[in-house]
Write a protein that binds this ligand. Structure first.
Ligand SMILES: *[C@@H]1O[C@H](CO)[C@@H](O)[C@H](O)[C@H]1NC(C)=O
Ligand SMILES: *[C@@H]1O[C@H](CO)[C@@H](O)[C@H](O)[C@H]1NC(C)=O
Ligand SMILES: *[C@@H]1O[C@H](CO)[C@@H](O)[C@H](O)[C@H]1NC(C)=O
Ligand SMILES: *[C@@H]1O[C@H](CO)[C@@H](O)[C@H](O)[C@H]1NC(C)=O
Ligand SMILES: *[C@@H]1O[C@H](CO)[C@@H](O)[C@H](O)[C@H]1NC(C)=O
Ligand SMILES: *[C@@H]1O[C@H](CO)[C@@H](O)[C@H](O)[C@H]1NC(C)=O
Ligand SMILES: *[C@@H]1O[C@H](CO)[C@@H](O)[C@H](O)[C@H]1NC(C)=O
Length: 369
């Protein structure tokens, strides 16, 4: 019977964007260490893709009541190619670099090649020759006109494919020769490399909330990362990634929903978000569930644990059999009141043990991706 009910719930699933659980980490780490920590314990350093996510982060910082300290978010600068179709690069080809000595030296956020084949950074509004890549002819096209980097990019995208990417030494030599043979002085040209912001979780950089005057760090031989804070609505600043700050992680795999719902409503809620009520199949998962449970508003939290009176067993909603358990002592599979109420499993907040409750009780619950 219960199986049939679960099936019909599955069919009414509506997909919506997946929610996140935010975690403030009260330890100072440099950006890379913070990233490792978040990827290890949760999903990643927090990315902020719209004002709602910024507000969620602000609220978390207010709740934990940090001082005026800056807090790392998952944003870091990187040199990236204008042509960012991943099929275009094999292996490490998108990482090929041919910087001149002491380059990049903070002169600007766009890159040009000199007649000796070495790369230099320069202000993007400088006008110079440029090299396009034409995907149809699979060749490099020198452009004699002088344009700033953005205008050059537009030109190449319109007339060819994009500004030239350089994938290895061979291509670097090809472009070097073109610069020397096919361009008039100055013998230099924009290529498609520029400095841009990338999120640790690879979400597109479509939203920003820089403080006025920021970002203002120059790109030299160190990386630059972004932080938020409690002041000015969380507006961002940029700084060296080697600085140590507190940080915020997020988890979109395990999410506590701080609303009171019956077990069936909770299951429907999770599945509507393409998630499921959590199954706890190992000590490691029990630990993660315990951490999330600690910030629940109800004293019990629903798990994806259901009792079947017909068969007389407990089962997980993801169909896994129960190999691991944390029943409170005295709780076992035998239930006397099977005829009157359908029972589901909760984790008890005060000792993290599992007990059974009538499924019509209303508690917070944990969804998992
Ligand atoms: C490039 O030049 C155009 C005008 O031709 C200007 O609108 C644009 O802002 C310039 N871009 C940069 C990055 O300087
Ligand atoms: C570049 O590619 C376009 C098609 O995208 C083609 O029409 C054009 O002839 C090519 N130009 C050169 C110089 O190869
Ligand atoms: C350079 O990259 C191009 C494009 O992937 C490839 O066709 C060529 O064989 C590469 N040359 C060397 C020497 O690796
Ligand atoms: C560059 O110039 C040489 C002749 O000086 C010509 O053979 C070659 O096709 C030109 N290359 C490009 C990519 O225009
Ligand atoms: C599923 O999610 C959508 C959009 O988020 C919402 O409008 C709808 O009411 C939800 N349905 C259920 C059964 O929760
Ligand atoms: C759970 O929280 C404790 C203390 O807050 C922490 O030491 C532990 O690493 C966390 N475990 C997981 C799996 O997140
Ligand atoms: C949920 O129920 C608990 C009692 O179990 C109550 O203290 C809490 O305020 C309720 N939360 C909400 C959001 O209704």
């Amino acid at each position: 019977m219960e199986r049939i009910t679960l099936m019909s719930v599955l069919l009414t699933v509506v997909v919506s964007s997946s929610p996140r659980q935010y975690h403030f980490v009260n330890q100072k780490k440099n950006w890379t260490e913070a990233q490792t920590y978040c990827r290890d314990k949760y999903t990643d350093l927090v990315s902020i893709n719209d004002m709602n996510e910024q507000n969620d982060t602000n609220q978390l910082l207010q709740r934990v009541n940090i001082s005026a300290d800056r807090v790392w978010i998952g944003l870091q600068d990187a040199w990236v190619w204008s042509l960012n179709n991943s099929d275009f690069y094999r292996g490490d080809e998108s990482q090929f670099r041919k910087w001149g000595p002491d380059q990049p030296n903070g002169d600007g956020d766009c890159v040009y090649m000199k007649s000796d084949g070495q790369w230099h950074d320069m202000k993007c509004d400088t006008q110079t020759h440029f090299i396009c890549y034409n995907g149809s002819s699979k060749g490099f096209v020198p452009v004699q006109e002088q344009k700033n980097w953005t205008d050059a990019q537009n030109y190449c995208r319109e007339k060819h494919t994009d500004l030239a990417s350089v994938r290895n030494e061979t291509e670097n030599n090809q472009i070097k020769n073109i610069i020397n043979q096919n361009l008039t002085s100055p013998n230099q040209a924009w290529i498609g490399l520029y400095r841009f912001w990338v999120w640790s979780d690879n979400s597109n950089f479509i939203f920003n909330l820089w403080k006025s005057g920021e970002p203002n760090e120059r790109a030299t031989n160190y990386r630059i990362c972004a932080s938020t804070g409690i002041s000015e609505g969380g507006r961002w600043t940029d700084e060296r990634c080697s600085v140590q700050h507190l940080f915020v992680c997020y988890d979109d795999k395990l999410v506590l929903i701080r609303e009171n719902k019956t077990w069936s409503e909770a299951l429907r809620y999770c599945r509507n978000m393409s998630m499921d009520l959590v199954s706890v199949d190992s000590e490691q998962m029990q630990q993660r569930v315990m951490n999330v449970t600690s910030s629940a508003l109800s004293d019990h939290v629903w798990l994806g644990l259901r009792h079947s009176c017909t068969v007389g067993i407990w089962f997980w909603v993801n169909d896994e059999t129960m190999c691991y358990d944390q029943w409170a002592s005295g709780y076992d599979t035998g239930l006397d009141d099977c005829d009157t109420t359908v029972r589901s499993g909760v984790i008890r907040k005060n000792d993290n043990r599992w007990i059974s409750r009538p499924e019509t009780d209303r508690y917070n619950f944990i969804c998992i991706k």
